[in-house]
Design a protein around this ligand. Structure first.
Ligand code: NAP
Length: 193
């Protein structure tokens, strides 16, 4: 059975992008860890190896497309990627690119996406708009945020709406050698949730 995981990077104050959708605070971050507990290896590559299929909103997708124009390949070749949009968006070329532009509620796409992910992870790439749709429908199993120690004070939220179900259940705290820390939460099952 597929697990649906919202995996993304957040600022210390819970934003996933600047108000103008830029993420220099993430891509240009270059820090170190200075804690007592040893840092934990792994991170993005280990997570991505678990992923069977992806789903993204159009704002997030268009940001990736914009970066492809600067050079580079589609980063998710070999894995099906649903892109939610009411518009007719372009799809990049290249071997193994499987981008499916769809205009439908996430609940209506769920069976197809879960089947494609198989027993692996369905990665909700973001942004907060799409993450909220999954949470509202009770389709999100886990949230994994990698906290970057910068404060933006304003920007795009992790979730567009408050998710139902009360507190989440902390399942892992993973400090990285660059000073980021990955926090994993299971949806539901929190202190009073
Ligand atoms: N820090 C991180 O790790 C991280 C990760 C992901 C994203 N981000 C950032 O988050 C920001 C984007 O977040 P966002 O919440 O503003 O936007 P988003 O979730 O990427 O996209 C929302 C848009 O997708 C389309 N859409 C969503 N659900 C749909 C549905 N069910 N059917 C049809 N169309 C649907 C709609 O636009 P249209 O219909 O007009 O196409 C909607 O406005 C970007 O700045 C991105 O870079 C950061």
């Amino acid at each position: 059975v597929a697990r649906t995981v919202y995996y993304c990077a957040v600022s210390l104050d819970g934003h996933i992008a600047e108000a103008d959708d830029t993420i220099g605070w993430l891509t240009e971050y270059d820090g170190t860890y200075d804690g007592d507990a040893p840092p934990v290896e792994g991170g993005y590559e280990d997570f991505y190896a678990e992923v069977g299929a992806l789903v993204s909103g159009s704002v997030t997708y268009e940001w990736i497309l914009g970066h492809l124009e600067l050079g580079g390949d589609w980063p998710y070749a070999g894995k099906p990627c649903w892109v939610l949009s009411s518009r007719d968006l372009p799809v990049p070329g290249g071997e193994g690119v499987d981008v499916r532009i769809v205009n439908a509620p996430v609940a209506a796409l769920w069976d197809e996406m879960a089947a494609a992910a198989g027993d692996r992870v369905l990665w909700v790439v973001g942004g907060g708009n799409v993450a909220s749709q999954f949470a509202d429908e009770g389709l999100l199993d886990e949230v994994r945020v990698t906290v970057v120690p910068v404060v933006l004070a304003r920007g795009k939220p992790l979730f567009e709406r408050r998710p139902p179900g009360g507190p989440m259940q902390l399942t892992a705290v993973l400090p990285r050698s660059n000073g980021m820390v990955e926090l994993r939460y299971r949806i539901g099952g929190g202190a009073s949730g």
